[in-house]
Each structure stands twice: as structure tokens, then as C-alpha cells.
Write a protein that binds this ligand. Structure first.
Ligand code: ADP
Ligand code: MG
Length: 359
């Protein structure tokens, strides 16, 4: 059982504050993803956990052991943290065979030869590479090379697996396949995992919990559905689901029912803690909005003009303008309206499409 706890982690490079007080907990056997835009400090957090980078401040514990503490001057070196790590670049040795690459961590740990053979065989099976033991690493496909890297990180039974954008170098179909495999593998061996990515699809499909990062800080934590259904801020709404954000003012708030003054009209929605007169932001879920050809007599229906239509296989994305405000709607192809650029349509904003946030 391995829980990982990061407390108030800080790390600067010169005048760049890469990590500005990051805290989160990864429960045992859970898959947690740090999701954020490029440059927000994800890799630095991961490297601090691995011990490749020494933080300026904070505390990190893995499986109940404090591996870093600025207050108590603790720094456990990387090789004694029981961590496996997989990077975007496969970082496998080109002059070694698959077997030798995977056996390497066991060799330096001085494991007897027969045990090494047995263990390497075991992990090769786990990552579906059995039979390729003698192949030189460069003679493998990208996906196979990443499997070798994964096998090498698993071979010495780490307590915690760290992934830094491990699928970014793979072609899309392979990326999807490997994503599924990774998740199955993590669950089947029951290992605690921390994953770093800027890709929302990866984060949403892999994770038990998400840590949303922005500018060196944690901006939200929760399960994918919690954060999709109730984004605590507009950054999370945009990053996780491409929601449209509308600035406006709370005109009325009674018993959770809110009247929100948006630039294009009054939106009736729900919010537990909105206060009358407050400036807030309305985040709109792209998948919950309806497009109509003609107005109906329901509330929350507004005239709009289509400014872009993007087809992406099963989905159609409409971008429209309402009183100078751009809003995005995504429909399944079968449920699409088939409007084109310049068409006047009516946007229906159901309550369930709305999340009111303060920032
Ligand atoms: N070794 C380093 N030296 C100087 N600046 C760094 C170093 N590593 C990271 N940074 C800076 O710290 C910030 C966070 O980087 P990083 O953790 O790599 O972000 P992410 O992984 O989210 O893209 C960036 O501004 C980056 O340029
Ligand atoms: Mg990075």
C-alpha cells in the first residue's frame, strides 16, 4: 500500500518560480494526473517526487516515509525512493537488446542472473513484448520502445510509478491503444501512479483523480466527473472541457435559483452560493447546449449567428456569436442541426449546462 503526499512544494530556477506551493495526496493504488498547460510546473513536481530535482521548500512522503523535508533537512536519493519512471522520450539504450534494457535496473541492484531472467520474462509478458527479448532496441516501433521503457520501470517492483507525457511521441491510434493498456496494467498490478499530461482526453480517460495545475499552483482537485460537472473555476472549465466562459452579474439569487445577467440576456440557472449583485462567470458545457432552428417559448433561449462549423468524425462543433460573445456547442453528428456559417439559430441553455464560478 503506497500513498504519496506532497505538501507545500516550492521550486524556483533562478528567477522563475516553477512550483509555488503545490499540495496534493495520491491514495494507495490510485491513478492521479497532473493536468495543465505547458510550462505550469508539472514536470518539476514529478522530478521533485522522483528525487531528480531538489525542492526549495515543502515535504514529500511516499508510502509513509518522508523522502523530502526542507524543515527537517531530509533528502532520500532517487534510487532509494522505490519509484519507477517513464518519460516522453523513451530513454532506452540503443546499443542494448530489449532483454538487456529491462534487466539493467536489476543488474545494478545485483540480483542473481536466474532471478533476473525470470523477472524480465514476467514483465515482458505484462507489457506484451514476449518473444522480442533479443531485438536491439532501435529496431522496435515507437509503441514497442515505450513498452520497453514501461517494463524497465516496473521490473524492480517500484511502490510508485511516475509518467511524464509518456504517450506524446506516439501516433494517435497507438496513443489510444497504449492509453487503454496503461490503465489496465496499473489496475491489474495495483500500483499507485502519478501521470503528467497537457492532454485532457488522456487525463479524463486514465485518471481516478485529477490535479489541475496552472502557473505553478494547484487550481482544482477532484475526480474527472466532479470537475466536469462542477468546475470550481473557469480555468478548470476551459482546460478540462473547453467550456465557454461568460462574464456577467448575478441579478437575483434566492434559495439556489439564480438569475444571471449575461451580455446577451438573462440566464436562469442554479448555484449554491451566488450572491445578488456579484460579478461572476458562467461556464457553459459544450455538450449540454441545444441548437434550435426556431425559438420556442422556453426560458434561456437566445438568438445566435453561426461563425464556424468544424466536423471531427462523430462530432460537430459549432461556434456562434451572441451579442459579441462567442459560444461553442458540440453535438453528436446524428443530433446536429446542420447549420452553416452565417445562419441564424437559437441557442437553448439548459440549467444543467451551467456552472457559475467566481474566477
Ligand atoms: N532546469 C530548469 N532550468 C530553468 N528553468 C526551468 C528548468 N526546468 C523547468 N524550468 C522552468 O520552470 C517552469 C515549469 O516547467 P515544467 O515543470 O517543465 O513545466 P511543464 O512540465 O508543466 O511544462 C517553466 O517556466 C520552465 O521553463
Ligand atoms: Mg513537462
Amino acid at each position: 500500500m503506497t500513498e504519496a503526499i506532497v505538501k507545500n512544494l516550492k521550486k524556483s530556477f533562478g528567477s522563475t518560480q516553477a512550483v509555488r506551493g503545490v499540495s496534493f495526496t495520491v491514495k494507495s493504488q490510485k491513478f492521479v494526473t497532473l493536468l495543465g498547460l505547458s510550462g505550469c510546473g508539472k514536470t518539476t513536481v514529478l522530478r521533485c517526487i522522483a528525487g531528480i530535482e531538489e525542492p526549495d521548500e515543502g515535504e514529500i512522503s511516499i508510502g509513509g516515509e518522508v523522502v523530502f523535508s526542507s524543515a527537517n533537512k531530509v533528502f532520500v536519493p532517487p534510487e532509494r525512493r522505490g519509484i519507477g519512471m517513464v518519460f516522453q522520450s523513451y530513454a532506452i539504450w540503443p546499443h542494448l537488446t530489449v532483454f538487456e534494457n529491462i534487466a539493467y535496473p536489476l543488474k545494478i541492484r545485483k540480483m542473481p542472473r536466474e532471478d533476473i531472467s525470470k523477472k524480465v520474462k514476467e514483465v515482458l509478458e505484462l507489457v506484451h513484448l514476449s518473444g522480442l527479448e533479443d531485438r536491439l532496441a532501435p529496431n522496435l516501433s515507437g509503441g514497442q520502445q515505450q513498452r520497453v521503457a514501461l517494463a524497465r520501470s516496473l521490473v524492480y517492483n517500484p511502490k510508485l510509478l511516475l509518467f511524464d507525457e509518456p504517450l506524446s511521441n506516439l501516433d494517435a491510434p497507438l496513443r489510444e491503444e497504449m492509453r487503454g493498456e496503461l490503465k489496465l496494467l496499473q489496475k491489474s498490478i495495483g500500483i499507485t501512479a502519478i501521470y503528467v499530461t497537457h492532454d485532457r482526453t488522456e487525463a479524463l480517460s486514465l485518471s481516478d483523480e485529477l490535479v489541475i495545475m496552472g502557473n505553478g499552483r494547484v487550481l482544482a482537485t477532484g475526480t474527472p466527473y466532479e470537475l466536469l460537472d462542477n468546475p470550481p473555476n473557469s480555468y478548470t472549465a476551459v482546460l478540462l472541457a473547453g467550456m465557454s466562459v461568460i462574464y456577467g452579474r448575478v441579478a437575483e439569487a434566492t434559495n439556489g435559483s439564480v438569475v444571471f445577467d449575461a451580455p446577451f440576456g438573462r440566464v436562469y440557472c442554479k448555484s449554491g452560493d451566488a450572491k445578488e449583485g456579484e460579478n461572476m462567470k458562467l461556464c457553459l458545457r459544450v455538450d449540454q447546449l441545444n441548437l434550435l432552428k426556431a425559438p420556442n417559448n422556453k426560458a434561456n433561449v437566445f438568438a445566435a449567428t453561426i461563425i464556424a462549423v468544424t466536423h471531427s468524425g462523430y462530432l460537430v462543433e459549432y461556434k456562434m456569436m451572441l451579442s459579441g460573445q462567442a459560444i461553442k456547442v458540440v453535438r453528436e453528428r446524428e443530433k446536429a442541426l446542420y447549420a452553416s456559417v452565417g445562419d441564424k439559430v437559437y441557442l437553448e441553455i439548459p440549467e444543467k449546462a451551467c456552472a457559475l464560478v467566481r474566477d
